[in-house]
Each structure stands twice: as C-alpha cells, then as structure tokens.
Design a protein around this ligand. Structure first.
Ligand SMILES: [Zn+2]
Length: 335
C-alpha cells in the first residue's frame, strides 16, 4: 500500500508526502465525517513516516519497517481508538500510558507514531495530552482524528496541522465501493453513490445493506401494495414497518429507489432483463404496464424518497417523514 492505493484526496496526498520528507515530528489532525477515510489516510501516513526509504508516494513497502508495519509487529506505533468497554478512553490511560511513552525515542523505525481518535477522548484526556502535543520530542508524530471538530479543544486545534478530508467525486465513490463490495450490482452502485453525500463510508453502507435479501423482499411487498393500499393501511401497517426498520432506513429508501428504477426500465423497454427485483418481476411488469404509471409520476415518487433521505440527514421527525413519502408514492401511482 502507498498513497496512490488510496482513492481521491489528491492535494492531501501531496501534503502528506512533503510532510514525510520535511519533518519527522509534530502533530497532525485529520478531520472529516465518519466514513470519509480518516483512518485509512492516517495509517498510510504513519507507515510513510516510519519507513526507512519513503518517496513521493509514501512508504516504500520493501524496507524492514514497512514489512513489520504490514505484519502489525512494529513496537513504534500506538493506536488509541474506540474502547470496547467504556464510551471514552480513560484519562488514566492517557496519563499513564500515552504521555510517558511519548518521551521515548522509537526503538526501530525512523519515527514513532501515535494515532488517537479524538471522538473517544473527553476534555480531560485532551487536556492531559496538551504538553505532549505541543513539544513532541524529535522523531515523534501525533496523528489525531476527529469527525466532529466542535468537540476538540481549541488548545488542541492550535497545536495541530489540520488536514481536512474533502468530499469525494461520484467516480471516486464508485471506485471505492467496487473495491469494498465487489458483488454490488450496477444499479445499487449508482444509487449508493448518489445518496452518499460524497462520503465513501456511507456509500459502502448503502451498498452492503442492499444485500439484505429479507429487507429487499419486505420493502418490495410493501411498495407494490402501495398504489392500491388504503390510507388506514399506509398510516398503520406501513408506518409501523418503517418504524421497525428505522435503523435500516437508508437501505429501505435505497431499495424503494431501485424498485422505481425497475419500473422506469420496464416502462421504457417491456420485458427488460436486468432488473434489480427479479423475484417480483410479474407484479412489477403489471404495475409498469398500468396506464396510471408514467415516468413523470415515477420521477415524483423518486423525489419523495430523496426528500425522505434529506429528512433523515437533518434528524427530522421519522414517522412524519416516512408517512409523507409513502402517501406521496400512493397518490402518484393511484391517480
Ligand atoms: Zn519502507
């Protein structure tokens, strides 16, 4: 692995390469939403800092340091991530393990690296680190990660060189999802990328949830009943289904978009082969063949799903948002 193995973030890669060649001590902070690649970039940066012969593309991948790094056996890196038992890392761990360790020189590599996820470091822990962050000894680098800059002390921010991950392009998102979910069908890939907000982790999540076949079947059954459903059924049974599946709401929405996509394809090319919901072909074809269904109405249905996804992003009332979406689809397909 080298910087070029990571997708996107061109300017960050060149900044990291010059940081590797210029200095081997200091504090860096990667900021960006969850799923934006902070951990992947931090690991690759750490590897390059520890490498005996790094180049413009980061670590050489051949030296002993790189080999030990790859095998997970180097003593010169400490990672402080999400603890398994407590919400946050204990302050005593920072004071007794991280701070004393930071004054020691690396044993083996060129640089000693600490990667700390600030999302799990409370105010007291961040305070306990201040002195170490301010004057790290030569050959010591701190790499901090944060998905929420507002939770980071100003005194920490002022001591760090901030590296902000930028939103990824559609093509970059698709490339990353393909690497992580190789079996993902093309239609799901397109929808995952379009609804990811430029965050690859979110697109991967949507693509993986698309593989839940039980969910797919349940969503298809509900959706295909919608045109003929009574208001009573929609506001009771269907709303209850949405509430039960609240944790998978993005996947539910993604599946509805795929169903609408199937209808559009069947409407355009009767008998179209490559639909996402092949198990529901008969009912989809019947609906697509109905005079009630046309592309304008299907477009409005897709708009309702996108409004629902937007509502999820801003934490709007879930029941209200899901009922609004279901009723809109019912109205459009029942005219
Ligand atoms: Zn190397």
């Amino acid at each position: 692995m080298a910087f070029s193995d990571l997708t996107g973030q061109k300017s960050i890669k060149s900044r990291l390469a010059s940081a590797v060649s210029e200095k081997r001590s200091g504090t860096f902070m990667f900021t960006g939403p969850i799923g934006s690649g902070r951990h992947a970039f931090a690991e690759e940066f750490a590897k390059a800092l520890m490498c005996s012969d790094p180049g413009t593309d980061g670590a050489c991948g051949k030296c002993d340091c790189c080999k030990y790094f790859g095998a997970g056996t180097t003593p010169d890196i400490m990672r402080v991530y999400k603890p398994s038992e407590t919400k946050n890392v204990k302050v005593s761990f920072i004071k007794e393990s991280v701070v004393p360790e930071a004054v020691l020189r690396p044993q083996f590599s060129k640089t000693k690296v600490f990667i700390l996820d600030l999302d799990y470091l409370g105010t007291e822990s961040q305070n306990a680190l201040l002195k170490s962050l301010e004057e790290p000894p030569a050959h010591v680098v701190f790499i901090l990660l944060s998905s929420n800059r507002d939770m980071v002390l100003d005194t920490v921010i002022s001591r760090a060189t901030e590296i902000k991950l930028e939103p990824y392009t559609n093509d970059e998102i698709i490339e990353i999802v393909k690497k992580n979910v190789p079996e993902c069908p093309a239609q799901t890939l397109t929808i995952a990328a379009a609804n990811s907000g430029g965050v690859p982790g979110k697109a991967i999540e949507i693509a993986k949830q698309g593989e839940d076949t039980d969910l797919k079947r349940e969503v298809a059954d509900m959706f295909l009943d919608l045109p003929e459903a009574t208001y009573f059924k929609i506001l009771n049974d269907d709303a209850a289904f949405m509430a039960d599946r609240k944790a998978d709401a993005v996947a539910v929405a993604c599946n509805i978009l795929l169903l609408i996509d199937d209808l559009m394809r069947l409407k355009g090319v009767p008998g179209y082969k490559n639909i996402s919901f092949a198990d529901h072909r008969t009912r989809l074809e019947k609906l697509a063949g109905s005079s009630k269904v046309d592309n304008v109405r299907l477009g409005k249905c897709a708009g309702a799903v996108k409004d629902f996804l937007k509502a999820l992003d801003v934490n709007a009332n879930f029941d209200a948002a899901s009922c609004a979406m279901l009723l809109k689809i019912h109205e459009e397909l029942n005219k």
